[in-house]
Write a new protein. Structure first.
Length: 390
C-alpha cells in the first residue's frame, strides 16, 4: 500500500488532552502525517474545546480533525452503566458509517466485542484494520463479566488483527505473526510545554536530592515504597525530599498506606498536564516503581518518556523495556526491586552520595537520548508499517 492513506483512529482515549492516551495517539498521528497519511480521530471520551473549532465547523487538535463519540462508561444507574458497556463502540460505528470509508482504521486498546465488530466492519467495507495495543488488563482491574472476554481478546481475537502498533517488546514478540511496529509513548520535542517554567511557593529551594512522582497512584505504581523510604531517610537527617503530583496528602492518607507523612514529602495535588514538565525540572530524579507482572511488562509508563523528554534522570525497577533507556549511573538508576528496602538501598548507595556536578552529568546524558521518545524518530518505521499493511 502506498503512503497516501486515509486513516481513522478510534478508541478509548480522551481528546484533546484529558488523559495519557491522548498524547500517544496524537504523536503517532504526527508521524503518520509526516509519511503522507491523513488522520482523523473518533475519541470515545474527552470534550470539545472552543479554540479547536475551525471555520468549517470541525474541531481540530494539532491539525487533526476529532469527533467525540461518548462511548466511554457514563455515571448513572446500574442499568445505564450496563447498557453503556453492552453497546460500547456503537456510537463510533454510527459516526464511521456517516463518513467516507478510510483506507485504514486504527483501534486503540479495543475490547473483545469491539475488535470483533471492527473486524467484521472492515471486511465488509474492504478497509485495512490495525490495533494500537498498550495494555493487558489484570483480572483485578476488571468487572467479573469482563475477565473471560479480556482473556479471549488478548489471546485469540487480537491475533485476527493483522496489523499492530505495540508499546513493548513483550507485545511485539507475543503477536509475532502480525505486521507490527514497536512504538513507546511518544512526545513532541518542539512542544512549548518542555520549555515551560512554574513558580510554586510550596517547592522551595532545597540543598539536597529532590525526587518527583507524577500521576495518580493506584495498584500499578508502588508510590508507598518511595514515600516510606524518603520518610525513613529524612528522619535520619538525610537531605532528600519527594514531590508528588496528582494527589493530595489527605487523599493519600485515606488510602491507608501510611498514618503519618512528614514534611519531606510534598503533595501538590493535580496540576495541568502542560505544567508537569516544569515541575519535573524542579527535581533531580523522577522515581517510578512497579511490581513485575504481565501488566507491567506489557505496558510502558508514559511518565518515563515524559521525564526523559524533560531531561530528568529516572529511578525505576526493571519492567517493560525500561532498561533500554535507563542505564545505571548514566541516565538514572535501576532498583533491584519495588519494595521499601530496594529503593532505600538504591537511594543510600547510589543517589544520596551524588554531588550537583554528578547530577548535571546525568541530566546531560538524559538530554542526549531525548529524541528516542520524539515522534520524528519513528517516521521511517511508520512508513514501512504502512507499506506492509495486510
Amino acid at each position: 500500500m502506498n503512503n497516501n492513506v486515509s486513516i481513522i483512529y478510534v478508541g478509548s482515549f480522551r481528546l484533546p488532552n484529558l488523559d495519557a492516551a491522548a498524547p500517544r495517539v496524537i504523536n503517532n498521528a504526527k508521524a503518520l502525517r509526516e509519511v503522507g497519511c491523513e488522520v482523523r480521530f473518533i475519541s470515545w471520551g474527552g470534550a470539545y474545546r472552543e479554540e479547536d473549532l475551525c471555520d468549517d465547523g470541525k474541531y481540530r487538535v494539532c491539525g487533526f480533525e476529532y469527533m467525540i463519540s461518548g462511548d466511554l462508561p457514563v455515571m448513572g444507574s446500574k442499568k445505564e452503566r450496563f447498557l453503556t458497556r453492552l453497546h460500547r463502540g456503537q456510537r463510533s460505528i454510527d459516526i464511521l458509517e456517516s463518513l467516507p470509508h478510510p483506507d485504514l482504521i486504527i483501534t486503540y486498546n479495543a475490547s473483545n466485542s469491539f475488535t470483533k465488530r471492527m473486524i467484521r466492519y472492515c471486511e465488509e467495507n474492504d478497509i485495512k484494520l490495525a490495533n494500537d495495543v498498550n495494555e493487558w488488563y489484570s483480572n483485578g482491574e476488571l468487572h467479573l463479566p469482563d475477565i473471560l472476554p479480556n482473556y479471549i481478546n488478548m489471546t485469540l481475537t487480537q491475533r485476527r488483527v493483522k496489523n499492530k502498533i505495540v508499546i513493548s517488546s513483550y507485545l511485539y514478540k507475543y503477536y509475532h505473526d502480525s505486521n507490527n511496529i514497536l512504538v513507546p509513548p511518544l512526545c513532541d520535542l518542539e512542544d512549548s510545554k518542555w520549555d515551560s517554567v512554574v513558580d510554586d511557593d510550596r517547592v522551595k529551594p532545597f540543598n539536597g536530592i529532590t525526587l518527583i512522582y507524577a500521576g495518580t497512584p493506584g495498584k500499578k505504581d508502588c508510590l508507598n515504597s518511595v514515600v516510606e523510604a524518603v520518610i525513613s531517610l529524612a528522619n535520619e537527617e538525610a537531605a532528600v525530599r519527594l514531590i508528588v503530583l496528582g494527589t493530595t496528602k489527605e487523599a493519600y492518607l485515606k488510602s491507608g498506606k501510611h498514618r503519618y507523612i512528614s514534611d519531606s514529602v510534598l503533595f501538590l495535588g493535580r496540576v495541568s498536564q502542560d505544567l508537569v514538565p516544569a515541575y519535573y525540572k524542579k527535581a533531580d530524579f523522577m522515581v517510578l516503581l512497579r511490581e513485575p507482572s504481565r501488566k507491567s511488562m506489557v505496558g510502558f509508563p508514559t511518565k518515563v518518556a515524559e521525564s526523559v523528554t524533560a531531561g530528568i534522570p529516572v529511578i525505576t525497577n526493571a519492567t517493560s523495556d525500561l532498561t533500554k533507556y535507563v542505564v545505571n549511573g548514566r541516565t538514572g538508576f535501576i532498583s533491584d526491586g519495588y519494595g521499601v528496602e530496594s529503593i532505600l538501598s538504591t537511594l543510600q548507595k547510589f543517589v544520596l552520595p551524588l554531588g550537583k556536578g554528578d547530577i548535571e552529568d546525568l541530566k546531560s546524558n538524559v538530554r542526549s537520548i531525548r529524541d528516542l521518545f520524539d515522534w520524528r524518530f519513528y517516521v521511517e518505521d511508520f512508513r514501512s508499517f504502512i507499506k506492509r499493511l495486510k
